[in-house]
Design a binder for this molecule. Sequence first.
Ligand SMILES: [Zn+2]
Length: 218
Amino acid sequence: MIKPDPNNIMIICAHSDDQIFGPGGTIAKYAKEGKEIFTIIFSYGHFSSPLIKKEIIASARVKEAKDVDKYIGGSGVIFLGLDENKFAEQFKSKKMYAKLKKLILEHKPTRIFTHSHDDPLPDHRVLNKLLLDTLDKMKYKSEVYMFDIWNLFNIKKQHHPKIVIDISSTFKIKIKALKMFESQQVALTTLLWSVYLKAWLSGILNKMKFAEVFYKIR
Ligand SMILES: [Zn+2]
């Protein structure tokens, strides 16, 4: 049995920038505490422009994600390179169980942060299931926390214990990190208000300036 390292945290998400939209303030805070945070991203993200070659967008996304990771104090990012909307089939056909297992054993996270099982985006929900199946199959025991990207409040998860992370000291870092995703500027402009609103409302409800809330499923 591999024992998780109490200093190690892992973020596992579908698209490059989910890791910041979701737990960005928490990553920055853990980094300040000297923890190791390693991020796994399933796909290169949305290929919105048909005029630019896929490979060019992909390499831009990788560079961006690595720059952002360095900025917030993370310890590395890896892309699995799966196509959007095809996670389940490609996880099988591209032998991703072995790859994900290897990464988990290498980094021995004591806490894993990932998408919630009732996120409105199908890729996010599929990833949640693939990850939990992987952890079960390899019998790896770590804490698993879920974050939401799109839902402001989630009533369905109220029965899961939640943790509230005070990100008052790192909220600015989260915002700056989000703005570093230049290739996704359009999505960002429309979403930034919700990042503020969510952190602020979560803060008010928990007597903090800004907060991120996670639900524990393992
Ligand atoms: Zn996403």
